[in-house]
Design a protein around this ligand. Structure first.
Ligand code: SF4
Length: 315
């Protein structure tokens, strides 16, 4: 969906516990607005919104009356709506109740499917429980987005790739969307203490290669990757104490992933790049281009000569 979205940040509303890395107020700098305020903001804006998004909390863990008061806005204004929520607040009854509203997608904060990592992060479920919730959502024919993270305590790139395999097996031929977020250390979180006790957050380079490998694998398995990296906000920048914090992390990861894909297609080129993708190679200090040159064992100059931009535009 490319139209305008109206995003509502719920700032941990509904969350039954606080995950070790989380401080949504630091990420968004916002407190949750009331349903009346949202209605007023949407109707007075004069904008034809194509989607309302409830992010940053555990939507379906909220009391039903509160969920309904938010969702009634979507129904009254006939605007498709998505929400992010916690895997332990998904069941048959909830999904049946949601079916009377125009739900465009349910996003589940999964983070990882590895039980040890989930426990360390205080997520409150096992990998199997997360998979069960996702299966229920897909079986009820909702669009599903799984939010995954990289660089969590105890996590490796290999465990991320294994997660993708388990998700691919679950989805089969059905569609599934992914978001991939880096684990950042925010001031005042339990993770901040864990960093002082020995947890080592990812460097930017590590995040780029980890994310790049994941992205390549995700595309190969037929996932749609909607977003990589967090939205940059002034409050996030102020709160970060460690980890791969960079406003263009997503683009850098896409550049790395593209370089790997091109090498797979042809070890030494020539390489044809769609016009709307060339910035993945040339942006951010030519990181993608340098990765391609390194993998091909060529100079950057020589690599450039072997790249041809084609006018095709791809999604
Ligand atoms: S469930 Fe999500 S919003 Fe709630 S504390 Fe954990 S990471 Fe934060």
């Amino acid at each position: 969906m490319s139209g305008k979205r109206f995003s509502v940040f719920l700032s941990m509303s509904g969350c039954k516990r606080r995950c070790v890395y989380c401080d949504q107020r630091a990420i968004t700098g916002e407190v949750p607005p009331s349903p009346e305020r949202i209605m007023e903001d949407i109707t007075s804006s004069g904008v034809k919104f194509e989607e309302i998004c409830f992010f940053g909390g555990s939507f379906t863990c909220l009391p039903v009356a509160i969920q309904d008061s938010y969702l009634k806005i979507a129904r009254d204004l006939s605007i498709p709506t998505r929400m992010s929520t916690h895997p332990m607040c998904i069941d048959e009854e909830t999904l049946l109740r949601l079916s009377s509203y125009p739900i465009s997608m349910i996003e589940l904060g999964i983070s990882s499917l590895d039980d040890k990592i989930l426990e360390q992060c205080r997520r409150g479920y096992t990998g199997e429980e997360a998979l069960r919730s996702m299966k229920l959502i897909l079986d009820h024919r909702y669009e599903l987005c799984a939010q995954l993270m990289i660089g969590l305590p105890g996590q490796t790139c290999r465990s991320s790739i294994e997660d993708l395999h388990r998700l691919a097996e679950l989805k089969g031929p059905r569609s599934m969307t992914l978001r991939i977020y880096p684990c950042l250390v925010l001031e005042g979180t339990r993770l901040h203490e864990m960093m002082e006790e020995g947890y080592s957050p990812l460097s930017l380079d590590e995040a780029v290669s980890w994310g790049g490998k994941m992205l390549q694998e995700a595309h190969r398995m037929g996932f749609h990757v909607q977003r990589i990296g967090l939205s940059e906000t002034p409050s996030l920048a102020l709160a970060v104490r460690g980890g791969p914090h960079h406003p263009a992390l997503g683009e850098m990861i896409r550049g790395y992933s593209m370089a790997q894909t091109l090498i797979r297609q042809s070890r030494l080129g020539p390489w044809q790049i769609p016009a709307n993708r060339i910035s993945y190679l040339t942006g951010h200090g030519e990181l993608g281009l340098k990765t391609l040159a390194k993998e091909a064992d060529l100079s950057v100059q020589e690599t450039k000569k072997r790249i041809f931009v084609c006018p095709t535009v791809v999604d």
